[in-house]
Write a protein that binds this ligand. Structure first.
Ligand code: KIV
Ligand code: ZN
Length: 516
């Protein structure tokens, strides 16, 4: 990656900083799916994880590194030999490996967290970058809490790490404290005061504690940054990170102002946003810029009139430019297998014959209950059907009795291979009754840690998609299920999480943890 005046590099950290969002943990297969979507989106670098953090993180980085081609694959490491070695090991099979070393530099971190003086910080930073360079040509360094670091010392750190071999120097606003004018000035200062600055790409990494992450990132671009670090939907630690889609669309919509371009295929933004939302279980707020459901919806009469006369009156970017599928095609019970397969292809899915058959059956069942099947309905079906996690238990039958004067009771039959297992239980509500019954049949004592229901499309006959987080011992798994019946969707989601827990227990027995 070389510095190019009008090229803005995008480092996506959805799988690392984004995954640090409370409750957003993704399994290895889901991380690979996101990484592949990011490669198709054409980001320049995918930060896949923090390998020393856990065996799961290590395995996920290794898997992404082996499978994903195109972007640089980045692994995070503290400025410690064992971290850097773990990152290098996880990146062994990467086409373009990058080791990202970080070390805090601000007075408050030096004094209370690290208990180290400035000269020691400089020595450790240089030594770590040199060690990382033994394993990878592409090394990035981040002075953590840079925005609260004394400017003179920050400039000295940046010069030191560039001399030691860092190709990218990332300036994090770790706690979201900076303001746009200050942050832009910080980049200009580094451009002027760091003698070796021409040998590295300056990068910005902003957190959203005061809602300024995107504004600060864009101010950094105006100040000379040529890489921004961001996440899909802006997910991340605490209030999140700078949102990828907002930064990319800001520089695309205002080239006159920012004077930079990215390589991102913006038409894939919407799909990637929905994938990340579905897999993490974190919904996208309707009024979210660029990817919210209402981002291109015009309600006011005056606006509608303007749009009909000339779209540009009220639209600064076209829905198509971000892949928004506002005007969905209509599919219904008369649609055949061919049309179904073609529609799935248009949405970017190429299921195998068996998956197609299962998905088609689900589509027909849904079409009997619901007049119009929208693209989002199809996505939910396909997500439900094309799962690499083996289904130990499958929902065969569910019957609920509920009402304001009845004790909610669920009767459920599950298929386990050829065997059918049936039981019934009462609960505090129909969902609780269904989950208790599933517990009795499967013998898995899962605790429901989170539950979210969303209507995939509008109308009273909408497909409901339920996302749950279920904890069982050390495992927390996300489960999803979709149906026009929300209780059935809940049971499916819960069962999906239970199947993942069973699968993960088996995997754990098989896989020995890597040695660092
Ligand atoms: O916010 C931060 O400082 C980070 C660094 C590890 C880059 O995420
Ligand atoms: Zn961060």
């Amino acid at each position: 990656m070389s510095a190019n005046r009008d090229r803005l590099f995008i480092l996506d950290t959805t799988l690392r900083d984004g995954e640090q969002s409370p409750g957003a943990s993704l399994d290895e297969r889901e991380k690979l799916e996101v990484a592949q979507a990011l490669a198709s989106l054409r980001v320049d670098a995918v930060e896949a994880g923090f390998p020393i953090a856990s065996p799961g993180d290590f395995a996920a980085v290794r898997r992404v590194a082996a499978a994903v081609r195109g972007p640089a694959i980045v692994a995070l490491a503290r400025a410690l030999p064992k971290d850097i070695e773990a990152a290098a090991q996880a990146l062994e099979k990467a086409e373009r490996p990058r080791i990202h070393v970080f070390l805090a530099t601000s007075a408050i971190h030096r004094r209370f967290k690290l208990k180290k003086a400035k000269d020691e910080i400089l020595r450790i930073a240089a030594r770590s970058v040199r060690l990382a360079r033994k394993y990878a040509d592409d090394v990035e360094f981040s002075p953590e809490d840079a925005s609260r670091t004394e400017p003179d010392f920050l400039a000295a750190v940046v010069e030191t790490v560039i001399r030691a071999g860092a190709r990218t120097v990332n300036i994090p606003d770790t706690v979201g404290y900076a303001t746009p004018d200050e942050f832009g000035r910080l980049f200009r200062m580094l451009g002027e005061r760091v003698p070796s600055i021409g040998k590295a790409v300056l990068s910005a990494h902003c957190h959203n504690d005061l809602g300024l992450a995107v504004a600060n990132s864009l101010a950094a671009v105006l100040g000379g940054a040529r890489q921004v670090e961001c996440t899909v939907n802006g997910i991340g630690e605490r209030a999140g990170n700078a949102s990828l889609e907002e930064i990319v669309m800001a520089v695309r919509t205002r080239p006159d102002h920012y004077g930079v371009r990215t390589a991102v295929d913006t038409r894939r933004i919407w799909k990637t946003s929905r994938l990340v939302s579905r897999l993490t279980g974190i919904p996208v707020q309707p009024n979210k810029a660029v990817v919210g459901d209402n981002a291109f919806a015009h309600e006011a009469g005056i606006h509608q009139d303007g749009i009909l006369k000339e779209r540009r009156t009220y639209e600064i970017m076209t829905p198509a430019s971000v892949g928004w599928r506002g005007t969905s095609m209509v599919m219904g019970k008369h649609s055949g297998r061919h049309a179904f397969r073609e529609r799935l292809r248009a949405l970017g899915h190429r299921p195998g014959p068996q998956e197609l058959e299962r998905a088609f059956r689900r589509f027909k069942e849904l079409a009997d209950k619901k007049k119009c099947i929208f693209d989002d309905d199809l996505e939910a079906i396909i997500e439900d059907e094309i799962s690499a996690i083996p289904e130990e238990f499958r929902l065969d039958y569910i019957s609920i009795s509920s009402g304001n004067r009845t004790l909610p009771t669920a009767t459920i039959r599950l298929a386990r291979g050829e065997r059918l297992l049936q039981d019934a239980a009462c609960g505090d509500g129909p969902v609780d009754a269904a989950m208790k019954t599933i517990k009795r049949i499967t013998g898995v004592e899962g605790r429901l840690a989170d539950y979210a229901l969303r209507a995939v499309t509008g109308g009273t006959d909408a497909l409901g998609e339920v996302t749950v987080k279920v904890t069982c011992g050390p495992h927390t798994e996300t489960g999803r299920g979709a149906s026009t019946d929300v209780i059935e969707a809940s049971a499916k989601a819960y069962l999906n999480a239970i199947n993942k827990i069973i699968w993960r227990r088996r995997q754990k027995k098989r896989t020995a943890a890597p040695r660092f």
